[in-house]
Design a binder for this molecule. Structure first.
Ligand code: NAG
Ligand code: NAG
Length: 306
């Protein structure tokens, strides 16, 4: 009886062990935010994935829909509004990692770095529009990290970006309001100054009749861009990261959420402030990640054998 149940259990145990080994050999806290490249590119230009290896495309059926960032070998983060009506149907979504273009060439073996989504978790207080425009998606199987696939760090303290003034937005979206992304749909990067929530709220009241006590920019939002407009994150970039380098390590300060037009004066891009949600993110990942430690596995095996 003992042997029979062991034989039945074995494949299950081995699979579980395999999965936990992956998370053990890649503790995401330690490998995050470091790119394997020297030097950097300049604003508003095409860029390589090795410089932004956490950047991925979220596909609905076969279409590029939003951007996501890799924060763990099995988890990506994006804006809640990206899932809209289809959060109940994780099977329709896919994440394409390790590809510089949203339409990878058939011979590039990009499917090796593509994963189905098995779980979609929207922020519990997201009600169809910002604030709380944040969501997590679990990948069907963990992704193996390599030069072009690495996670970005989450902010660990609220003062972390205190002395940071310039951050980067990367994406495949439009550069100008009436301009569509063009072939070959390569990744673009733009450097933007951070704007705190209060200043941004002031800007967003300019040119409106809205009284100042009615906020347009809520507590869990931050902005980035120039007062006079011009460079911006723009449409089609939803869900993507606002990434800031702090002491040589890249952290995700924001998630592209919304904006008013594109590159207009006093209308900088608005992001979900990730610092506000770090606790929720870590708690959600922890409570939805099954892991059986090898020590427990051995214990179970000896239990069966004895
Ligand atoms: C920001 O700069 C000030 C002055 O140099 C310093 O005291 C403070 O510790 C810095 N903050 C962070 C988070 O590095
Ligand atoms: C983001 O949220 C944190 C935590 O509430 C806050 O300390 C920080 O100032 C916010 N960032 C901006 C730029 O407003």
């Amino acid at each position: 009886m003992g042997w029979v149940s062991l034989l039945l259990l074995l494949p299950l145990l081995l699979r579980a062990g395999d999965r936990s080994l992956c998370t053990i050999s890649f503790p995401f806290i330690q490998v995050c935010g470091k790119t394997l490249t020297q030097g950097r590119i300049l604003g508003g230009q095409e860029t390589t994935l090795i410089q932004w290896p956490w950047q991925a495309s979220l596909k609905y059926k076969t279409h590029h829909w939003c951007r996501v960032t890799l924060i763990h070998s099995s988890w990506v983060m994006t804006a809640a509004h990206c899932f809209q009506q289809n959060a109940h149907d994780p099977g329709a979504w896919k994440v394409q990692l390790g590809s510089r273009t949203i339409k990878p060439h058939k011979l590039s073996f990009s499917y090796l770095h593509s994963r189905r989504v098995t779980e979609i978790i929207l922020h519990p207080f997201y009600f169809g529009g910002p604030p709380k425009d944040i969501a997590l998606a679990k990948l069907q199987s963990p992704i193996r990290f390599k030069r072009s696939i690495l996670p970005i760090c989450l902010p660990t303290s609220t003062t972390q970006f205190e002395n940071v003034t310039m951050c980067w937005v990367t994406g495949w979206g439009r550069i100008k309001e009436h301009e569509y992304p063009r072939k070959p749909w390569n990744l673009q990067a733009v450097e933007l100054p951070l704007i705190d929530q209060k200043t941004c709220d002031l800007y967003y009241h300019i040119g409106t009749k809205l009284p100042p006590f009615i906020s347009r920019i809520y507590d869990d939002m931050i902005c980035a861009g120039f007062k006079e407009g011009k460079k911006d994150a723009c449409h089609g970039d939803s869900g993507g990261p606002l990434a800031c380098e702090v002491k040589g390590i890249w952290h995700q300060a924001g998630i592209v959420s919304w904006g008013d037009g594109c590159g207009r004066p006093y209308r900088p891009s608005v992001f979900t402030n990730v610092s506000v949600h770090t606790d929720w993110i870590l708690r959600t990942i922890k409570s939805n990640t099954f892991s059986l430690m090898p020590s427990k596995l051995l214990f179970l095996l000896t239990l069966q054998l004895s």
